[in-house]
Design a protein around this ligand. Structure first.
Ligand SMILES: [Zn+2]
Ligand SMILES: [Zn+2]
Length: 284
């Protein structure tokens, strides 16, 4: 057996074992409710967990506690079996409505959720009031007649599709979200000089204030930028990069040191592709 074959087998068996252990753990609240362990001659639910499923007392406790905590949230609870109690436990701490939390559990890795949860909780504890940045503001600008015509045409199409009138500001927003991040995604084409400057500026660390992780990825905050533009590129750690592509940053166009977490996922078309690719890569 080659090293690669051995490693592949380890990963395969490891992930299968994990999958079945999650399913086992998710059964424990029902076992406890029925006191099945007593009927079957075990000393306690802990004894049952350890001897039947190889699960430690701490984990049994956590699963039972989580089950109680989520008694009003059946959808999130159902994710314990699929995504594992540890990940759901993190999601359960995030102060968002259940559906949003379920979406996060399904799309983000555990470490990303942990980083995000900490930031959102910090923010709500500070009693942060949202800045006026997201309110609508009047903007005046000039357009050539051709572009104006195309914009109007797009507006009509959009209004037809959505069955209601849509102001031009929202039409533009829609267009920006449709536009591709361009060929610059992935970071490989960012000029070495710029990379070096960014590393220097952030001392090799993630650009997010308070994040101590090393920056190992470059992120284009202007995903709608034209090809070849490397404006707004910031170095991020893997977790914050995922957070950005989950649309979990309220004000991504601001300096990363001022970034605030958003309370629900709002990925655009490019972000969805990014998250999907990441999920597939992780499943390999
Ligand atoms: Zn990115
Ligand atoms: Zn980070």
């Amino acid at each position: 057996m080659t090293d690669k074959e051995l490693f592949d087998l380890c990963r395969k068996y490891g992930s299968e074992a994990l999958k079945w252990r999650r399913k086992f753990a998710a059964l424990l609240p029902e076992v406890e409710k029925r006191k099945l362990w007593r009927k079957k001659g075990f000393y306690s639910i802990y004894d049952f967990g350890k001897r039947v499923g190889g699960i430690s007392e701490i984990v049994v406790d956590k699963v039972l506690f989580l089950d109680k905590k989520l008694s009003e949230k059946p959808l999130l609870k159902a994710e314990i079996e699929k995504q594992g109690w540890a990940k759901v436990e993190v999601a359960a701490r995030i102060p968002v409505e259940e559906g949003k939390a379920v979406e996060m559990v399904q799309s983000l890795s555990k470490s990303t959720l942990q980083v995000y949860a900490k930031e959102v909780i910090d923010m709500s504890e500070k009693g942060f009031k949202q800045k006026a940045g997201s309110e609508l503001q009047p903007v005046t600008f000039k357009l050539d007649s051709q572009t104006h015509f195309q914009l109007k045409k797009f507006q009509q199409k959009l209004e037809k599709k959505k069955g209601r009138s849509i102001p031009l500001g929202l039409v533009l927003k829609e267009l920006l979200e449709l536009a591709p991040e361009g060929k610059i995604q992935g970071g490989s084409r960012i000029p070495v000089k710029q990379k070096r400057e960014l590393y220097g500026k952030y001392k090799g660390k993630c650009a997010i204030k308070d994040c101590k992780n090393p920056a190992n990825e470059f992120h284009h905050t202007k995903r709608f930028a034209k090809d070849g533009t490397h404006e707004g590129v910031v170095p991020l750690c893997h977790e914050h990069h995922q957070i950005a592509h989950a649309g979990l940053i309220e004000n991504e166009q601001d300096d990363p040191k001022d970034w605030r977490p958003r309370k629900y996922m709002k990925p655009n078309a490019i972000d969805r592709k990014y998250l999907k690719n990441l999920k597939m890569a992780n499943a390999l």
